[in-house]
Design a protein around this ligand. Sequence first.
Ligand code: ACO
Length: 319
Amino acid sequence: MIYSRIAGTGSYLPEKFLTNVDLESMVETSDEWITDRTGIKKRHIVASDETTTDLAYYAAKNAISAAELKPRDIDMIIVATTTPTRIFPSTAALVQEKLGIHGCPAFDIQAVCTGFVYALTVADKFIKSGSAKNVLVIGAETLSRIVDWTDRNTCVLFGDGAGAVVLQASAEPGILSTHIHCDGSFNNLLHVPTGPGSAITEDPAYIEMQGNDVFKVAVKTLSKIVDETLEANQLDKHDIDWLIPHQANIRIIAATAKKLSMSMDSVVVTVQDHGNTSAASIPLALDVAVRDGRIKRGETLLLEAFGGGFTWGSALIKF
Ligand code: ACO
């Protein structure tokens, strides 16, 4: 039996960031409102010449060296992103070129904030079927480019960044199970209303969200995915060492922790420093907690996410 395990993690954040106080001079908002409603204090923003590919590449390099591998050892690249550098080729193809390795399959996955969980799921299947040995799985976003900086409902929420893991074939179990879902009937509650294949020609295209409706569905759906994951593995909630949630809102994160009867000390929270970085948020949070020594080998991790689509998903991992 072939299993897959996380051999190394990496992340990258642009240098520039905006604090809540910076935003107070851009839209009618306050540090107090943003902190109380979301938990966010600052978010990193790309420089004008930085691309999603750049962020993904730096995160990937960090993950490859943490796995004690060389770029040539990578035999598949999957990038989860909603903000690809170009319409085509894929950001994964551009990362492959920057890494100087050619020939291995490379493709993007679009599942918005659940993108990393989707990408991890695909990578796990390729490894378990014996088709790949070292898959680079990246979540990378430059959401600041699709945010309307005059809309206080959305511009305070999002940030840029990238996180990555190397998923490796192993004789020991690592990824214990993954669970992914989508319900397209909610597509209008959280979306960018146009795209290159759309009949609507609205330009420029920005994120639009019915925040309060999204919030309610997110809390309910994440509760269900926790049950589904525990049941599939015949685990009790007390068996989880770390919750690594998608970082959209501290109140959504706290609701999932409560459902698991987990203290917030066992939840990796980065939303205060990163904002919502969509597909990048889980691998960024994972890397932060691995590098600061909180997450240790052998511990059981629950990753969960919810986002546009709606999409949602989880991964249970023996680290
Ligand atoms: N500053 C001050 N006031 C604001 C701001 C702001 N930045 N934004 C909104 N408000 C106002 C609203 O206009 C509204 O005012 P009104 O009552 O006079 O109309 C009031 O605050 C309350 O607005 P709500 O939207 O009801 O506030 P809520 O408590 O729901 O918080 C938030 C909004 C933070 C967006 C929350 O709903 C949320 O986090 N939703 C879920 C987001 C999410 O998880 N998205 C999924 C992932 S993202 C992805 O997939 C790309």
